[in-house]
Design a protein around this ligand. Structure first.
Ligand SMILES: Nc1nc2c(ncn2[C@@H]2O[C@H](COP(=O)(O)OP(=O)(O)OP(=O)(O)O)[C@@H](O)[C@H]2O)c(=O)[nH]1
Length: 386
C-alpha cells in the first residue's frame, strides 16, 4: 500500500499548479460526508475531485457520495492515520494532478478519528507543496454528541485546534443555549475560530471554499523543510506549535511504524479478511462486515433494540433486507439512528456494515450481527420472473 511514489514532476502539467485544496475533518458522524455531498451538488461550473480517507476497511463513504457529475473523481485512500505523511493520500493526489482533464478543486475528507495534521502535512511537507494550495481546514462538530471528555481523543481535540472554519452542525437537535455553551467550549480550544452553525452541513460554499484561510507557516516551518523523501518523513522536525503547545513529536510516537522504510506495519492488518479490523485509534476500533446475503429485517431491528452496546458510537451501512426491494442507508451516530431507502439501480445487492466504537467486544458483536442474516428468499417481494 505504501510503495514509494515516483516524483512525477516532469510529466506534470504547469497548468495544474496550485490546485486549491480544502480538508474536511470532524469526529465520527459529525456530517463530513453530508458536507461533501452539499459541495458536490452545489459547486456549479467547477470540476471537483474528492478524496475520502476512511477508518475501517470497508469503504462505504464513496458509495454514499452523490456524484452529480460523472466525471467527478472519488478516490478512496485508507492510509494509516498514524503516519506523518499519508502515502496513500499522496499517491491519490498525484492521480488527481495527472488527470488529463483539468480539476479545479480538491476536497479531502479525513476519517472521523484522524488528526488532520498529517493530512495537512501531506500537502505542505512534500512535493505537493508546489503543486497544490491548501486553502482551508473545515471542521465539523456534532452539536448533539460533542464531548471531548467523552471521546478522550487527541484527534477530536486537534480537529478543532487546526480547524480554520468550524461548523457546529446538527443544530436542529439541540437548543440555542446548548449551542452557546458548545461554542464557548470550542473557543476554549481554538481562540478566534470562525464558527458557523449549520443543519445538514448546509453552508454557503463561498464561506468555506477558496477562502485562503490556512496559514501554513503556523504549522510548518519552511526553514526546516526538505522535499519529502519517502522513508524520512519523521525526520522533518515540523515544529508546529499551536495554541495548546501540543508538540508534533507526539504524533510520531508510533511503535508500529517502520520509519526507515516509510512504511507502516499497520498496513498488514488491513490486508486481513474483512471482518477483522483491530486498528486502534484513541481506543476506537471498527468492525466491518460485507456479505452477499440479506438481513432479516426483524432480526436486525432486534439487534438494534436489544443487542447494540452503548460503546458503539458510530455505525453506517448499506443494507440489503430480504423483505425489501430497496437499498437502505443506515446511520447510527451517538444514540440516534436513521434508515433511508433508495433504489439499487444496477448495483449488486449486498450488505455492508461498519461499526465503530471504544472497547468493542468484536467477537460478541459479530456473533450478534451474524444472527441477523438470512438466506435470500428469491420469490419474495421481487415478483416471479417466469
Ligand atoms: N439531524 C441531523 N442529522 C444530520 C445532520 N447532518 C448530518 N446528519 C446525519 O448524521 C449522520 C452522519 O452524517 P455523515 O455526513 O455521514 O457524517 P460523517 O462525519 O461523514 O461520519 P463518519 O464517516 O463516521 O466520520 C447521517 O445520518 C446524516 O444524515 C444535521 O444537521 N442534523
Amino acid at each position: 500500500m505504501t510503495a514509494a511514489i515516483s516524483a512525477p514532476s516532469k510529466q506534470m502539467d504547469d497548468s495544474k499548479h496550485g490546485l486549491p485544496v480544502t480538508i474536511i475533518t470532524g469526529f465520527l458522524g459529525s456530517g463530513k460526508t453530508t458536507l461533501l455531498n452539499h459541495i458536490l451538488t452545489n459547486q456549479d461550473g467547477l470540476k471537483t475531485a474528492v478524496l475520502v480517507n476512511e477508518f475501517g476497511e470497508v469503504g462505504i463513504d464513496n458509495d454514499l457520495l452523490i456524484t452529480t457529475d460523472d466525471d467527478t473523481m472519488v478516490e478512496l485512500s485508507n492510509g494509516c492515520i498514524c503516519c506523518t505523511i499519508n502515502n496513500d493520500l499522496l499517491e491519490a493526489v498525484y492521480k488527481v494532478l495527472e488527470r488529463k482533464d483539468k480539476i479545479d478543486y480538491l476536497v479531502v475528507e479525513t476519517t472521523g478519528l484522524a488528526d488532520p495534521l498529517p493530512v495537512a502535512l501531506t500537502f505542505l511537507g512534500t512535493e505537493l507543496r508546489d503543486l497544490t494550495r491548501l486553502d482551508s481546514i473545515v471542521t465539523l462538530v456534532d452539536a448533539e454528541n460533542y464531548s471531548i471528555d467523552l471521546f478522550n481523543s487527541q484527534a477530536a481535540h486537534n480537529q478543532i485546534a487546526y480547524g480554520d472554519i468550524i461548523l457546529l452542525n446538527k443544530t436542529d437537535l439541540v437548543d440555542e443555549a446548548d449551542l452557546d455553551l458548545l461554542e464557548v467550549k470550542v473557543r476554549d480550544i481554538k481562540e478566534g475560530a470562525r464558527i458557523l452553525r449549520t443543519t445538514q452541513s448546509q453552508v454557503p460554499l463561498p464561506l468555506i471554499l477558496s477562502v485562503g484561510l490556512f496559514e501554513s507557516d503556523k504549522y510548518f516551518e519552511p526553514a526546516k523543510e526538505e522535499h519529502h523523501d519517502h522513508g524520512h518523513e519523521h525526520e522533518h522536525g515540523h515544529e508546529h506549535e499551536h495554541e495548546h503547545g501540543h508538540s508534533h513529536a507526539e504524533h510520531h510516537d508510533h511503535a508500529n511504524c517502520d520509519h526507515e522504510h516509510g512504511h507502516c506495519e499497520h498496513d498488514h492488518e488491513h490486508d486481513h479478511e474483512h471482518e477483522h479490523s483491530h486498528l486502534d485509534v484513541d481506543g476506537f476500533t471498527s468492525i466491518s462486515i460485507v456479505r452477499d446475503q440479506p438481513l432479516a429485517i426483524r432480526k436486525f431491528q432486534h439487534f438494534l433494540d436489544n443487542k447494540l452496546p452503548d460503546n458503539v458510537f458510530r455505525a453506517k451501512g448499506i443494507l440489503w433486507f430480504d423483505e425489501s426491494e430497496k437499498r437502505h442507508i443506515f446511520h447510527l451516530s451517538g444514540k440516534r439512528f436513521s434508515l433511508e431507502d433508495e433504489e439499487w439501480n444496477h448495483r449488486p445487492r449486498k450488505t455492508q456494515l461498519v461499526l465503530i466504537g471504544q472497547n468493542l467486544d468484536h467477537e460478541a458483536l459479530k456473533a450478534e450481527i451474524e444472527k441477523c442474516f438470512c438466506l435470500e428468499s428469491k420469490g419474495r417481494g421481487r415478483g416471479f420472473s417466469s
